[in-house]
Ligand binder design. Structure first.
Ligand SMILES: O=C(O)CCC(=O)C(=O)O
Ligand SMILES: [Fe+2]
Length: 336
């Protein structure tokens, strides 16, 4: 247990760090972008230069167990865009975890700028939310252990997120461990819920919002990968789309700038979802891979590649989601 006093000290160091480091500048630029509608200007400026993005031929690998070869192809070679491991977690565990998640859920707003069609549940708090309010920061770190213990006990001892971390540690040559911040362990995963009854001011296209969670110009051995363990699958909707696109492959100055613009607009961190742009982006992309996960499946994808989740039109979708950061020969780190 972290004491209240330690949590307060951490929050103060965190605030100083945010102020001192890029946060102020980042927020300033982001606000200016929003006020001056610079995204719009950039989009219009480069729109005529946007090229149809060709597929780089990267595949979705389906395998019984996660292997070093597929991880190597995903992380180090960018030859694979996603790994799908059916039946990664037993069905009774998936059932019990999703049941407990559904007992409690709240919608979150990413950074307070846009609504999202995903909800957090079962006491999980996304890092982006914790970063901006003392109350959430305090819960993120202060209730981290309780959250993990609860997931473990709901899983009969083997939480799929622990299983994934250990598997990655065993098969990845440089190992894997939990991420940390200010000397504190980060939370390893969140519980996400999507359902039909959402009240968004944006209407999602039928394939969902195409986005990236990492820079779309890929770099072998570096990047952020998103892992999802599917606990409950809706009756309709919730398919995962991923595009074999690497914007780094686009050459030429205008093409480079338009690729940069596209990369920025698709990045979830910039909060500029726009239904009209989404249609235009969709038209530029090659044919997507569509993954229909079943309960208990694991999918790990390169989050710098465009991806989307089709809106849920009937039923509920519950997942355990986490990010895996790769930085060259350092161990993979897990965070949420
Ligand atoms: O829920 C999913 O299938 C993927 C969601 C997503 O966008 C991600 O994990 O980065
Ligand atoms: Fe994503």
């Amino acid at each position: 247990m972290i004491s209240e006093q330690t949590l307060e000290q951490l929050w103060n160091v965190h605030l100083k760090k945010l102020n001192k480091e890029k946060w102020k500048a980042h927020n300033f630029i982001r606000n200016k972008f929003h006020k001056l509608k610079l995204h719009k200007i950039l989009f219009q400026l480069f729109e005529s230069h946007f090229q149809a993005c060709e597929s780089d031929g990267s595949r979705v690998v389906v395998e019984k167990h996660l292997t070093r070869d597929s991880l190597q192809a995903l992380i180090a070679e960018n030859k694979v865009c996603a790994i799908h491991v059916p039946g990664f977690c037993p069905l009774d565990v998936a059932e019990s975890l999703s049941k407990s998640a559904l007992e409690e859920y709240t919608q979150w707003k990413l950074g307070g700028v846009v609504d999202t069609d995903m909800f957090f549940a079962g006491g999980s708090i996304p890092r982006e939310v914790a970063d901006h309010s003392w109350e959430n920061f305090r819960r993120y770190f202060g209730e981290r252990e309780d959250f993990i213990q609860k997931q473990r006990s709901m899983s009969g001892g083997t939480w799929p997120v622990d299983h994934l971390r250990l598997t990655l540690d065993e098969i990845w040559p440089f190992g894997a461990c939990s991420g940390h911040y200010l000397g504190q362990k980060l939370r390893p995963a969140i519980m996400r819920i999507m359902h039909e009854k959402i009240d968004l001011n944006l209407s999602a296209p039928k394939h969902g919002f195409v986005h990236t969670d990492d820079f779309a110009r890929l770099k072998p051995l570096h990047g952020t990968f998103s892992a999802n363990v599917y606990l409950k699958i809706p009756e309709e909707g919730g398919e995962l789309y991923i595009w074999s696109v690497d914007l780094r492959k686009i050459k030429g100055i205008y093409s480079y700038l338009s690729a940069q613009t596209l990369a920025m607009i698709m990045n979830q961190g910039n909060y500029v979802f726009n239904a009209e742009w989404q249609q235009k982006i969709f038209k530029l992309l090659p044919k997507p891979h569509i993954i229909n996960p079943k309960p208990g499946d694991l999918v790990i994808l390169h989050s710098g590649r465009p991806h989307s989740v089709a809106p849920v039109t009937k039923g509920v979708r519950v997942t355990n989601q986490l990010f895996i950061d790769a930085k060259g020969n350092a161990p993979l780190t897990i965070r949420s």
